[in-house]
Design a protein. Structure first.
Length: 148
């Protein structure tokens, strides 16, 4: 089972350097892919930010949001609710000061761990923290030519 954090999910819905790798991975997976309630909020926040920054039009944003929500309704993406145990796990990791784990990333990793899933992320800092904390993680890097 795989858990996609927001950094890995966004390139599936908007063209970014990692989009091809994310698309290939999702096509090769057996659904469902896990996300959290937090992922939904972060996803919608990113789309809103893109509109505010004139990176997307309102109609493009609506299409992305509708596609995402349809993927949730269809069962391609399955949300796992954040519960007290995820918050407590994130607190333990952050207070251990062994990583530079941020609050929301700690919640993503805790959800992933407690669901027994492998984290998929495009964030090297999250991947590093996951490795340190013993959470299975896969870092999806954009091809070097895409970063130029």
């Amino acid at each position: 089972m795989f858990y996609f954090d927001t950094s890995a999910l966004l390139p599936y819905y908007r063209e970014e350097p990692a989009s091809g790798l994310i698309n290939d991975m999702l096509l090769g997976l057996e659904p469902p892919v896990l996300i959290s309630d937090l992922t939904r909020v972060e996803f919608l926040s990113a789309v809103a930010r893109w509109v505010r920054m004139n990176e997307l039009t309102e109609s493009q944003a609506g299409l992305i949001e509708n596609t995402f929500l349809e993927d949730v309704r269809s069962g391609l993406l399955v949300g796992c609710p954040l519960k007290r145990e995820q918050y407590r796990q994130a607190e333990r990791w952050i207070s251990s000061r062994k990583t530079s784990l941020r609050t929301l990333d700690g919640l993503h990793l805790a959800c992933c761990l407690l669901q027994g899933a492998e984290m998929v992320t495009c964030d090297a800092q999250v991947h590093s923290a996951a490795s340190t904390l013993g959470v299975p993680s896969r870092l999806i890097n954009a091809p070097a030519s895409a970063n130029r």
